[in-house]
Design a protein around this ligand. Structure first.
Ligand code: ADP
Length: 273
């Protein structure tokens, strides 16, 4: 098949996924997207986490998107990153009851009806889990690669293994695993404690033959800055945590360069075993 950009004008699409909710997937996705934008890339994010859209809050964006030419929505902007989220279109407290097909329909509409412009990277914040919603997204959107976020606990890692197996089945390249809430960094004594155990994700990555991209501690400043709408890569760009995000972002950009223009890449195929 001829070489095609994943979507018109969009050079690469990266999915950030996690097998469970609450592991810091969206926080990670936002910090990586903003880090890439700070490295001069044209970056936008699509909140595919329709069950709990959090990108508007994490990117500090309020309001509703404008309509361009009466048809397409203009992405909102936060910290140099474009963003579209179902969260802009419904009240925050509205419960989202979606079946898999509805999720896919909403996401396809969000992708197609938004005037993204030319982008180096579109970062997709996937809904957590490995159900049919995630499967349809990974099958129907030509992803350049996926990043997996996990906490160190065994139970999270067990689910993570399922997520990796799903991505492999649909032939999505896995750029690597990030261990979030890796250890606790105490702001008072500067000490560390391994609340959830530590290093589980690194060991699992080795075992599964995927790259380990880095570890982010459980950190009060990270949570406060994220929840206040200014990601730590902007609020404290000189911090050790921001440095880790910048390093991971650079590795992803290298991985994109290696994959994005690969002529053999096409829409993912399902492998039936
Ligand atoms: P998910 O997308 O996996 O559901 P979020 O990114 O929304 O998770 O994060 C859930 C909560 O955990 C948020 O309040 C966020 O600020 C916090 N959080 C995420 N990562 C960290 C971390 N490394 N240290 C402290 N708090 C974190």
């Amino acid at each position: 098949m001829a070489s095609q950009p994943p979507l018109p004008g969009i050079r690469a699409v990266i999915a950030v996924s996690s097998a469970k909710g609450g592991v810091g997937k969206s926080t990670t996705a936002v910090n990586l997207a903003v880090a890439m934008a700070r490295r001069g890339k044209r970056v936008a994010m699509l909140d595919a986490d329709v069950f709990g859209p959090s990108l508007p809050r994490l990117l500090g964006i309020r309001g509703t998107p404008h309509t361009l030419d009466d048809e397409r929505l203009e992405p909102m902007q936060g910290h140099g990153v474009g963003c579209m989220s179902i969260g802009f279109l419904v009240e925050e407290a509205t419960p989202m009851i979606w079946r898999g097909a509805m999720v896919m329909g909403a996401i396809e509409q969000l992708i197609q009806d938004v005037a993204w412009g030319d982008l180096d990277v579109l970062v997709l914040d996937l809904p957590p889990g490995t159900g049919d919603a995630q499967l349809s997204i990974t099958q129907r959107i030509p992803l350049t690669g996926a990043v997996i976020v996990s906490t160190p606990q065994d139970v999270a890692l067990l689910d993570t293994r399922k997520g990796i197996a799903m991505l492999r089945k649909v032939n999505v390249p896995i750029f690597g695993l990030i261990e979030n809430m890796s250890y606790f960094h105490c702001p008072s004594c500067d000490g560390r404690s391994d609340i959830f155990g530590h290093g589980g994700a690194k060991a699992a990555a080795k075992d599964l033959g995927i790259d380990f991209l880095g570890e982010i501690p459980l950190d009060v400043a990270l949570r406060e800055t994220a929840d206040a709408g200014t990601p730590i890569v902007v609020a404290a760009p000189e911090s050790a945590i921001a440095a880790t995000y910048f390093q991971i972002a650079e590795r992803l950009l290298e991985a994109i360069d290696a994959k994005a223009d690969d002529p053999s890449r096409s829409a993912p195929k399902i492998v039936v075993e």
